[in-house]
Write a protein that binds this ligand. Sequence first.
Ligand code: SF4
Length: 499
Amino acid sequence: MALSISKSKFLAGLQCELLLWTHYNARDRIPDPGPAQQFIFDTGHLVGDLAKRLYPGGIEIRRDRPDGRPDIPATVAETARLLPQRKPLFEASFLADGRYVRVDILVPADGEAWDLYEVKSSTQVKDVNLWDVAYQYDCLTRAGVELDRLFLMHLNNTYVRRGGLDVQALFAAEDVTTEARERAPLVPGLFDRFARVIAGDEPTVDIGPHCTSPYTCPLRDRCWAGLPEHPVTEFHRVGKKAFAWMAEGMATMAEVPADRLSAVQRVQQDAASSGQARFDAAAVRSWLDSLEYPLWHLDFETMAPAIPLFDGTRPYQRIPFQFSLHVQDTPGAEPRHIEYLATEPVDPRPGLLEALRAIGPDGTVLAFNKTFEMGVLDELARDFPAHAAMCADLNSRMKDLADIFRRFQVYHPDQKGRYSLKNVLPAWTDLAYDDLEIADGQAAARAFLQAVFPEAAGLDPASVNEAGKAKVLADLRAYCGLDTLAMVKLMEVLRREAQ
Ligand code: SF4
C-alpha cells in the first residue's frame, strides 16, 4: 500500500523522527493513551462539536468502518461528492500525494474558494498549530481545493459566561493565512524526509528537550529508562544544560564539576553522592518558630472546565470543589479533620466558602505551595465579594510548608530533585500516594468533572451511575485528606529532626 502521512504523524515527525518511525514500524511500543490523554481528547471533541454550532446547515462527513475506526477512502470520496454543494463541511477529508488530512471545518468563501478552520481546545495559538495548518494547506492545494483564508479557532479566554452559553463569543478565530502559507513551501521537503525515515532503519535520536515539547512524547518512559541513577536531568532547574552535559559525556550528577553547579544543585550532588539527606536544623527551627497555633493545614482541589459552567466564569477558570483541613491546636497534638466536597452538579464555590468558615480567627494557615491556595482564595474573593474579608484574612495568615523544601534546606536524595508533596512525603515518611486511585491534582480534577459534570468532560451522562460516582467521591476524599495529613506528618519530621 502506498505510504500516507496523516497530519498527526507529520507533527510527530517534526517533534522527533524516532517517534515518527515508531508509529509506522513498531506501533506496539506506543502505549495506549492513559486517562489524562483521553481526557484531553474528550475535551477536544467537546470543543470541536461546539464550534460546529457556529455553522448551522453544515454537513458532517465522517464515515466509519464497522470497527468504529474512520473509513478514510469512504470519507475522502464523500468529501469529493459534497464539495460542489458549497455548504460548510465538518471533517472533510483529503488524500493527495501521500498527504492525508481531515479538516475540522471548511466554509465556502468567494467564488470557488474555501476558508479553512482548525479548531483547538486551547486558548491561544501555538507554533505547532501553524505547522498543522500549513500541512493542511499543502494537502488541500494538491487535492485541487482553492483556499482563501486559514484560521485557527480556539477558546476565547476573555469570554465570561452570563446565562446560556454564547458559542459565538466563546470562540476566537485567528487568521493565520500569512504564517501558514509562509511555512507551506517547507512541507514537501519535510514530507520527503519523513517518508525516507519511515522506510529506513530505526533512527538513533538522543533524548532532549524535544521529548516534552511541544507534547510529552508517549515514548518518554521507554527512551529515558536507560538513564543511570541520579542522572544530570535530575538537577534542579537544569533545563537544556542537562543534555549539553550528557553530550559532553557526563551522565550522572556526580560527574559534573561542582563549579558548574548552583548552590542548590551542589546540595543535590552531595546528597546523591553520599546517600545522606540534608537537614538545616537552624533554618527549620527559625521557620517553625514563625508559626502560630492552632495550625490549619489546608489544601484545595480545583477543576478547570474548558467550557465555563457557571455565571461569571471563563474557559479553563479554576473552580475549587473540595478542601481538606487538618487542625492541630498545639505542636504534636492529635489533629482534627474537617473537609468539604461538592457532590451535586451546581456551582461548588458558595458551599465551599461557607465550609471554610470552620477556620478560626487565630493561628497560621499552612499550605504546601501556598501560591496555589492564595490564588484560589483571591479568585473566590473577586467572584464572591461577601466572602472577600474572610479570604483576605486567611491569605494574610498563610505560610508555606514547601518553602523549606524549595530552598533545599531540607532535601533527601530520594526526592530526585523535586519538592512536590508527592516526592517529599515518601522520602521523609512511610506514607505515599501509591495505593490511591486518585494520586494527583489533575486526576482529581478530571475524576470530579467526569463524575459530577460528565457532559462538561465530553462524556455521555448515562455513562455515570450512582455507585461509580460514590466511588469517585470516596477516592477524592482519600486523596485530598492525604494531602493535609501529609503536611501534619512532615511537620512531625521537621520538629523531631530540628531538636
Ligand atoms: S522520548 Fe524523546 S527521543 Fe524518544 S521518541 Fe520521544 S521525543 Fe524521541
